[in-house]
Design a protein around this ligand. Structure first.
Ligand code: ADP
Length: 479
């Protein structure tokens, strides 16, 4: 079975969030079970820089940029060390060679031609999955991810091709919405701009198009698959999603257990596992040292790693943080994002020197060291399609405190592997924090909680088998 997996980011080449973790790990988990899965990615500068073997396999002369000028684009077939997943990279410098991140410039402003940039990626995905593909590898299924690839199903279907398409929603909050006039510059027929097509409340939505034209929709946890059919978390798409409930399923993400392994983690200078936890104490001490926290072995250390976005419930954390410090706790935070949250975090650090530390920025190594060195991990997201950090936390013996939503609900068991609270309010979070603080000094009970979490299996294999079953169900039966 051949799968073309198209995404706007994939670890370790380019990452802004969980989508990259999935796009990095799922294709290789699929390959391990015998599926020929290949990835299509945009050729951002960091991607071009990190590629190892590259071979041009196609040129595209038909595309125009946002100003209507011809745009040079070519397809490279590449590999990276440590992975056997073939990667097709769309090298189109006019749209992808930018100084900032994949979606925004260095000031955090969306690129004005994002619709063009990701329509181009989507068009190339549709071409590769279609009958007129310029390459000699034809996928049986096109697997699209999030809004950046949402027009691929539209291009493919509107060209009359029936190759099955899976559309995975990693976060419904990002919908790729653009003014209706954008459509005419994207090689899409005006007739597609309707409720049965690309139109979404008077605008063009890339994600809506993907959800409408795909054969099957998946999202990244079973609970989120139900939640997005309701007005509360459906973000306006609930009607469409509910009408497609029989073609909608939730498959929990796995985690990369080689990259996230406390017994062999290149980012740590200590190691541990569920049976030998002494190294975790060392990790805590080193983390306190690294972040300038007081070297107190018995102070419960709370870790937080998150995009600083409203979604992540950091307002709740900020509301109770002084209470944690009053109870003798410490906090280590890592994240970047909305300026207002960053300012509030800096103020918290200034109020509690030696007790709260925060690194505002992106730091892969520190994210591992926080998981390893913290005792408790806070993840009070208002909604969470799957969430990865709570699974990393379980594996690293950092007991998660989570809001009962989406994948958090599906991965953390209250009182067994962590603490789960039900209302996204500071009070409910505080009650869960108090339960953790009360249990923390009871060493045997705490150790049992830690070890039970560490022994949970969140490897990709189970999810890969679920995707395989889904792909199989979409393929025409052999004659
Ligand atoms: P989301 O995709 O909504 O950002 P997830 O929990 O699914 O949330 O995935 C977030 C991923 O990004 C995790 O691998 C997490 O460790 C990582 N991450 C988020 N912020 C940072 C940061 N500032 N530094 C390093 N890693 C980060």
């Amino acid at each position: 079975m051949r799968i073309l997996f198209v995404a706007s980011e994939a670890a370790p080449l380019i990452k802004t969030g969980g989508l990259a973790d999935v796009s990095g790990a799922l294709p290789s988990a699929l390959r391990k079970i015998g599926i020929d899965c290949r990835v299509l990615l945009p050729g951002y500068p960091v991607v071009m820089y990190k590629l190892e073997s590259t071979r041009q396999v196609a040129r595209f002369d038909q595309f125009l940029d946002a100003e209507g000028k011809p745009l040079a684009a070519r397809l490279l077939l590449c590999g990276i060390s440590g992975s056997d997943t073939p990667i097709y990279v769309l090298d189109a410098p006019a749209v992808f060679a930018r100084a900032g991140g994949p979606y925004q410039d260095s000031d955090g402003i969306d690129y004005p031609d994002n619709a063009h940039r990701f329509a181009l990626l989507s068009q190339v995905a549709a071409i590769l999955a279609g009958a007129a593909s310029p390459i000699d590898w034809q996928p049986d299924i096109l697997h699209c991810n999030d809004w950046q690839t949402g027009l691929a199903p539209a291009y493919l279907r509107l060209s009359g091709n029936q190759t099955p398409i899976v559309m995975t929603v990693h976060n419904l909050a990002y919908q790729g919405i653009f003014p209706p006039k954008t459509l005419t510059h994207l090689n899409l027929p005006v007739s597609s701009f309707s409720i049965e097509g690309t139109e979404y409340y008077g605008n063009l939505s890339f994600l809506k198009a993907g959800l409408y034209y795909a054969n099957h929709i998946t999202t990244v946890s079973p609970t989120y698959a139900l939640e997005i059919q309701q007005p509360h978390l459906g973000m306006g798409m609930q009607g469409l999603l509910a009408s497609r409930q029989h073609q909608l399923s939730g498959i929990l993400n796995g985690i990369d257990t080689d990259e996230w392994n406390p017994a062999a983690d290149r980012h740590l200078r200590c190691e541990f596992n569920a049976r030998a936890l002494a190294g975790k104490k060392q990790c805590k001490h080193k983390l306190q040292e690294e972040l300038g926290l007081e070297p107190l072995a018995n102070a419960p250390l709370f870790g937080i790693i998150a995009r600083m976005a409203h979604q992540k419930g950091l307002d709740l954390v900020l509301a109770i943080a002084d209470g944690i410090i009053d109870r003798g706790g410490q906090i280590a935070m890592l994240g970047t994002g909305e300026k207002s949250i960053e300012i509030a975090v800096r103020a918290l650090v200034a109020r509690h020197p030696g007790k709260v530390a925060a690194l505002i920025g992106y730091n892969e190594g520190l994210s591992h060291r926080i998981e390893a060195g913290s005792d408790i991990f806070l993840m009070p997201s208002l909604f969470e399609p799957c969430g990865l950090n709570q699974m990393y936390s379980l594996r690293y013996g950092s007991v998660p405190i989570v809001h009962a939503t989406g994948g958090l609900r599906d991965t953390v068991e209250d009182g067994v592997t962590g603490f789960v609270f039900h209302q996204p309010t500071p009070h409910a979070l505080w009650l869960a924090v108090e339960r953790a603080l009360d249990l923390y000094p009871q060493k045997p009970a705490w150790k049992k909680l830690v070890q039970t979490g560490m022994n949970r299996d969140f490897s990709w294999n189970k999810s890969a088998l679920a995707y395989q079953a889904l792909y199989q169900s979409l393929l025409p039966l052999e004659a």
